[in-house]
Design a binder for this molecule. Structure first.
Ligand code: M6R
Length: 605
C-alpha cells in the first residue's frame, strides 16, 4: 500500500528519489518523505499530502547526499500527518516501512520503560528505536537481524545509518521489495515499476530475506544470516503504458486501451490458424479436475464470480468462489483434486497471497492469473497465466479486469474442450468470437457521449443501485464498486431477483437504478424486476445488447452495446459501466487515479 524507494549512488540522490516517489504515488498518497545522509547527519524532510509538496520543500531547502530513502504513505497506524509520515528517524538511523507491525504496542511499552521517546503514532517507529538500541553493541546488519526477530506482522523496510553512510539495508517479510542494479548506483523499491525508469535489471527479495546495498555492490542474506545469490531479471521498460500521454488521467487511458489489451491477451493464448488455445502444463490433468476454486479480492473477486457462471455454463467442472480475506481464515477442506485459481492484477494483494500460501502448505495445486508476472503471487503459484494488460496505474481496475475475464474465459473454454464437455464446432466458434472481441470492445467505447449525459443524472443523487441476473449479476457488483470507489456516491450492486427481499425498500423517487439486461435467458425476468423499481419511482438506466426496439417507455436512459454471444455479454457490458463511473467522478471533480482512502496495491490485510 505504501511505496519505498532507496538509492545508493556516487552522486546526489534526492531528485531521483522524488521522481521515483511520483511513480510510486499510486501506492499511497496520504503523506511523503525522504531522508538522506548529508555531511554525516540524517537529513529528513516530510510532508502530508502529495509528493509535489515534498518537492516544493526540497526546492526551498535542498537535501544533498549520495544515499537516501523515500516513502509515500497509505496510513494504517496514525492519521495522515507530517509527524506520522515516513521516514522515521532517530539520531542513528532512518527507516521507511510498508506493512503492519502487529506487536508494536507491546514493543513500544517495553522501549518506553527504557526511556525511549516516541514522536509519532505509527507502528513503524518501534523499528527505528529497536535498531537504534541494537546499534549500541552491534554493526548495522546484526542490529537489523536482532530487530527483525522481535517483530510480528508484515514489512518491507529500507534503512539508512548515520554512522555507516554508504549502506542501505532492505528487508522483506510479507510485503514486496525489489533491488535494481546500475553501473554506479543500486536501488531499493517496493515494486519494479518505480525502478524501471532507472534500470531494467531487477532482483526480488523473498520472505525472510535481507539485502545490503552500496553504490557498487549488493549482498543478499536469508533469515539464517547466510549469504545467498539472487536471480537478476531483465524487465522490459514499457514506456508507452507507463505514461499517461495526452489523456486527462491514467484511468481514461486504461479504459481506452482495452481493445489493445484484449487483442494482446487473445493473441497470446489463441492460435487463430490452428483454431486452438495454447494453454499447456496444467498442474492437474484436465479430465481429473474435481473442482475449480477461484479466489480474489475486490474487482478480481468479481472476475471470479463471472468465471463461476462460465464454468457452470460450459464445463462439467464444479466452480466455487471465495473472497481471499475469508478463505484464508476458514477451516477449509482442501482437496488435491481441486485446482485453486488466484486472481490478482498486482499479484501482491496480502489476503490473496496469504490464501495462496495456505494452499501451498496443504500441497494442493494452484494457478495464478496475474498482470504482474514478477509478483509474489505469480512466483509462488504452481502455474501462471498472465493477462498481458501492461502496467495499470489508476487505482480503479479497468483493463486488468477485462484481461482477467478474457483469460478466465479462455481457460474455461480450453478445459471444457479437453474434457469433451463441448464439441469442436462450439470450440471453434468461441475462438472466432474471441478474435472479434477487441473490435466489439472498441465499439463499446463509442458510447462515451451518451454516458456523459447519463453521468449528469447521478450528480444530485444520494445513492444508486446496479441490478443484473446471471452473468450480469457480477457486472452489477463491479459497476457499483467502480462508481463508489471513484465518485464516493453510495452504490449497491444486487441480483435483480433479490430486490423484493429487502433492497426494494431503498427505491424512492428519482433514485438512479442501473439495470443490466443482455439478451439472455434472464432478460424477461430482469424486465419484470425493473418494472417493480419503476413502479416505486426509480430512475432507470438500461444497459443491454438486445436489439429489440421498444423495451419500456419508462426507461429514462438506454444504452446498447454490440451483441457477440451471451457468454461475452459480461465483458462488453463492463465497458460502459466503467465509463459511467469515470464520468460521474469527473463531474464531481474527484481524484480519479487516486481515490481517497484507497491504494493500488493492498499489501496489508
Ligand atoms: O491487485 P489485485 O487485483 O489483487 O487487487 C484486488 C483489489 O484490491 C482491487 O481489484 C480493487 O478492488 C480495485 N481498486 C477495484 O477497482
Amino acid at each position: 500500500m505504501c511505496g519505498i524507494i532507496g538509492i545508493a549512488s556516487n552522486r546526489p540522490v534526492s531528485t531521483n528519489i522524488i521522481n521515483s516517489l511520483k511513480k510510486l504515488e499510486y501506492r499511497g498518497y496520504d503523506s511523503a518523505g525522504i531522508a538522506t545522509i548529508t555531511d554525516g547527519y540524517i537529513n529528513e524532510k516530510k510532508c502530508s499530502g502529495r509528493v509535489d509538496e515534498l518537492q516544493k520543500i526540497l526546492l526551498k531547502t535542498p537535501s544533498n547526499g549520495n544515499i537516501g530513502i523515500g516513502h509515500v504513505r497509505w496510513a494504517t497506524h496514525g492519521i495522515p500527518s507530517i509527524v506520522n509520515a515516513h521516514p522515521h528517524s532517530s539520531d542513528a538511523v532512518s527507516v521507511v516501512h510498508n506493512g503492519i507491525i502487529e506487536n508494536s504496542d507491546e514493543i513500544k511499552k517495553n522501549l518506553e520503560t527504557k526511556n525511549f521517546k516516541f514522536k509519532s503514532q505509527t507502528d513503524t517507529e518501534v523499528i527505528t528505536l529497536l535498531i537504534t538500541e541494537a546499534l549500541n553493541d552491534s554493526k548495522p546488519l546484526e542490529a537489523v537481524f536482532k530487530t527483525l526477530k522481535k517483530l510480528k506482522g508484515s514489512f518491507a523496510l529500507g534503512i539508512i545509518f548515520k554512522n555507516y553512510e554508504n549502506i542501505i539495508i532492505g528487508a522483506r517479510r510479507g510485503s514486496p521489495l525489489a533491488v535494481g542494479y546500475s553501473n554506479d548506483e543500486n536501488f531499493l523499491g517496493s515494486d519494479s515499476y518505480a525502478l524501471k525508469s532507472m534500470t531494467n535489471k531487477i532482483s526480488y527479495l523473498d520472505d525472510g530475506e535481507l539485502c545490503v546495498l552500496t553504490k557498487d555492490n549488493v549482498e543478499f542474506f536469508n533469515q539464517n544470516k547466510k549469504k545467498i545469490n539472487k536471480k537478476i531479471h531483465l524487465v522490459s521498460e514499457d514506456l508507452n503504458t507507463s505514461e499517461k500521454g495526452n489523456f486527462k488521467n491514467f484511468m481514461s487511458k486504461e479504459i481506452s486501451e482495452q481493445p489493445i489489451t484484449a487483442k494482446k491477451c487473445v493473441s497470446e493464448y489463441v492460435d487463430k490458424i490452428k483454431k486452438d488455445i495454447n494453454i499447456y502444463n496444467f498442474p492437474i490433468k484436465p479430465s481429473e479436475i474435481n473442482k475449480i476454486v477461484l479466489i480474489g479480492c475486490g474487482t478480481a473477486y468479481h472476475s471470479c464470480l463471472v468465471a463461476k457462471y462460465w464454468f457452470e455454463e460450459i464445463t462439467s467442472i464444479e466452480a466455487e468462489i471465495d473472497v481471499a480475506s475469508e478463505f484464508r481464515y476458514r477451516n477449509l477442506k482442501l482437496n488435491e483434486k481441486n485446482l485453486y485459481v488466484f486472481l490478482s492484477q498486482s499479484g501482491e494483494t496480502a489476503d490473496t497471497s496469504a490464501a495462496l500460501d495456505i494452499c501451498k502448505k496443504n500441497k494442493v495445486k494452484t494457478c495464478a492469473i496475474v498482470n504482474v508476472v514478477e509478483s509474489t503471487i505469480a512466483r509462488n503459484a504452481d502455474w501462471v497465466l498472465p493477462i498481458h494488460a501492461g502496467p495499470e496505474i489508476g487505482v480503479a481496475s479497468t483493463k486488468a479486469f477485462l484481461g482477467q475475464l478474457i483469460v478466465l474465459f479462455i481457460l474455461c473454454l480450453k478445459l471444457s474442450f479437453m474434457r469433451k464437455d463441448i464439441n469442436k464446432e462450439f470450440y471453434n466458434s468461441k475462438i472466432d468470437d474471441l478474435t472479434k472481441l477487441p473490435d466489439e470492445i472498441n465499439k463499446c467505447l463509442k458510447s462515451e457521449t451518451n454516458i456523459q449525459l447519463m453521468a449528469k443524472e447521478f450528480l444530485d443523487a444520494n445513492g444508486s443501485m446496479f441490478l443484473g441476473r446471471g452473468f450480469s449479476y457480477p457486472i452489477a457488483l463491479e459497476g457499483a464498486l467502480k462508481l463508489k470507489e471513484l465518485s464516493y456516491l453510495h452504490a449497491e450492486g444486487y441480483p435483480a431477483g433479490e430486490m423484493k427481499h429487502g433492497p426494494l425498500a431503498l427505491i424512492e423517487d428519482g433514485l438512479p437504478v442501473v439495470v443490466i439486461a443482455p439478451k439472455d435467458k434472464y432478460f424477461e425476468k430482469t424486465l419484470s424486476n425493473m418494472q417493480e423499481v419503476i413502479a416505486r419511482g426509480g430512475k432507470i438506466f438500461f444497459f443491454t445488447d438486445n436489439k429489440k426496439k421498444s423495451i419500456s417507455e419508462n426507461i429514462r436512459f438506454g444504452l446498447r452495446v454490440p451483441f457477440l454471444d451471451n457468454l461475452f455479454s459480461p465483458i462488453l457490458l463492463t465497458v460502459p459501466l466503467q465509463l459511467l463511473a469515470y464520468h460521474v467522478a469527473l463531474l464531481k471533480n474527484c481524484d480519479i487515479d487516486k481515490p481517497r482512502n484507497l491504494a493500488k496495491s493492498v499489501t496489508v490485510e
